[in-house]
Write a protein that binds this ligand. Sequence first.
Ligand SMILES: Nc1ncnc2c1ncn2[C@@H]1O[C@H](COP(=O)(O)OP(=O)(O)OP(=O)(O)O)[C@@H](O)[C@H]1O
Ligand SMILES: [Mg+2]
Length: 460
Amino acid sequence: MALLLVVDDEIGVRESLRMLLKSEFEVETCPDAESGLELLSRRTPDVIILDLVMPGRGGMGFLREMKARGNKIPIVVLTASNTVDAAVSAMKEGAADFITKPFETDALRIKLRQLLERGELEREVARLRDEVAERQQLGRLVGRAPAMREMFRTIERVADSRSSVLITGESGTGKELVAQAIHELSPRSEAPFIAVNCGAIPHSLMESALFGHERGAFTGANEQKLGVFEAANGGTLLLDEIGELDPSVQVKLLRALQERKIERLGNPHSIEVDVRIVAATNRDLESEIEAGRFRQDLFYRVNVISIAIPPLRERREDIRLLAETFLARFAEDMKKKLSFERDALAAIERYAWPGNVRELENAVERGAALCEDEVIRLRDLPEPIVAAGKSERMREDLRTGGVSFDDTVARFECELIREALERQAWNQTRTAEDLGITRRVLKLKMDRYEIQPPERTAEN
Ligand SMILES: Nc1ncnc2c1ncn2[C@@H]1O[C@H](COP(=O)(O)OP(=O)(O)OP(=O)(O)O)[C@@H](O)[C@H]1O
Ligand SMILES: [Mg+2]
């Protein structure tokens, strides 16, 4: 029941309101503004009926104090019929409504109801707004870009079902993390989550990895082995890099998904399995289908729900949030108080992150390990990020008069080209297109500035 507070100095009014409204409200009464305000420190009414003319600081004093406290409880002011002016000034002080004495019970009831409903609505709107504004995390996933928030909602919505999910995104965008989040939010979270990397297992062993085998099923099968389908029974199976699957295995996988049954190699007996499939790929499966490398029917099977994770460069508002999240995590691990120097953070925010979140995580980890006195500086970051930071530094140098305009322009041009090349993974044709110059001009400029592709370190 909603709580109503009546503040009125006349006992007759207090008691008649209590009698009239007690079937709909829990009613508290106070004889003056002071005791009314005191009650608010203990209880939070949903609505207040306030007499204006009372000894002490009166109804207006009560209203002003409520306003000063930022209190938003709706207040209906009671006035004698000849003091409508007072009611108007009370509304200016924040009263929600007024009613003149003697009042009609029904009119009062309706007013109170309306105020309560409006209050509930406002609280609901405020709650939803907070939720949307604050939601920057789902499980271990962090992100505030609209596309990420939308993805969080999708994950929550689909977690309950057992529909297959296809997650696409460039390398390092968090596909595995999304798959884990789906599992953890699902009713299957107590059962196993098993990930199998279809790209890392030789074709000849893939079938056995999925479905298992009996002893002696093939040369080298010295003992019985369960496949991931059986291991993940009741839980979730992530088929990572599904685009790498050999066509012969694709057929068998399709059958298993359709029939929800598998057969171990060397055993014709089929076994029922209850597994939720999540597949992930950084390939464009539709063009794989066109090229005849991926079965369309299998694609439809796994792509019941699709989640596409945008690359980090398309959600720049996440870069800083992620960098700071990782920094806090490493600081805790290392029991240090780590922070970024301004230049370092500026470079991180400018950089194109071709390796996406994984590259960012590694860069922060490296910075955390290399830095002196707990501050990560530009020089503690990997070279391509430093280069992105330099253009920022150049602007600064020019402003402070350290270098000539021509030098700055040349350095700037050099950095622009370098950045564009990074973005296009050093593909010169696409970079030239990006910059709106011919490939020949690009090449000349690369020679002039001695820009060379980095020696690719092993992808991690
Ligand atoms: N939104 C995110 N919030 C926090 N950490 C993230 C996020 N996205 C990715 N990561 C982290 O980045 C790293 C790479 O993520 P993950 O392995 O899920 O990427 P992937 O898309 O599966 O990459 P690949 O295609 O190379 O397998 C992991 O350490 C993961 O924890
Ligand atoms: Mg992965």
